[in-house]
Design a protein around this ligand. Sequence first.
Ligand code: DX5
Ligand code: ZN
Length: 214
Amino acid sequence: MKVSPSLLAANFANLTPDIEKLNESDADFLHLDVMDGVFVPNISFGFPEIEAVAGICKKPMEVHMMVVQPEKWISRVKSVGAYLMNVHQEACLHLDYTVEKIKESGMKAGVTLNPATPVFMLEDIITKLDLVLLMSVNPGFGGQKFIENTLKKVRELKALIDSKGSKALIEADGGVNEDTGRRLAEAGADILVAGSYVFKSDDPLGRIKKLKSL
Ligand code: DX5
Ligand code: ZN
């Protein structure tokens, strides 16, 4: 299993120790949640903070844009050194255009679905995607309860990916812990995002290891 710890649950008064821990860990990515207070009812952090983190983070950064009109920020996200940019299907009027522009910039392209957005919305774009992120909570906050219907969506998404010959990876975000992570793995998820489970623990490295072994 690939693991992407979410910075949202780290210690914002002093991020360096958490990022150094992550550098030493088996984590595959660092997950960065950008919020605009419009697409989601919260504001997190922006580009200056991501730039500072990029200066010390050795893991590839995947940026989860919970903002309206994410296409406006493609070159900015690229400029902070992101490996992958995730945009919400619900935030894009012209999803195909936005995905093309992300790929043209040299980043990998991910599309995120909210809990109430059905998987079939991606039928006509799945072959162009590097990753699909399924929200297993309503976006905006860490520490929420896992929505069980996500497991059905992972299975549906896997079937869609296989039927179209797509290479997209399946990622889940929200309420991930050892138990929900194991069930997501069984359903077919490739990457687990975990915030609280990793950083609100005395043993972040152990927790990352646990998720990696699923
Ligand atoms: C929520 C964010 C998540 C969040 C997950 O909107 O997209 O990445 O950090 O936090 P946990 O793992 O605590 O549910
Ligand atoms: Zn996220």
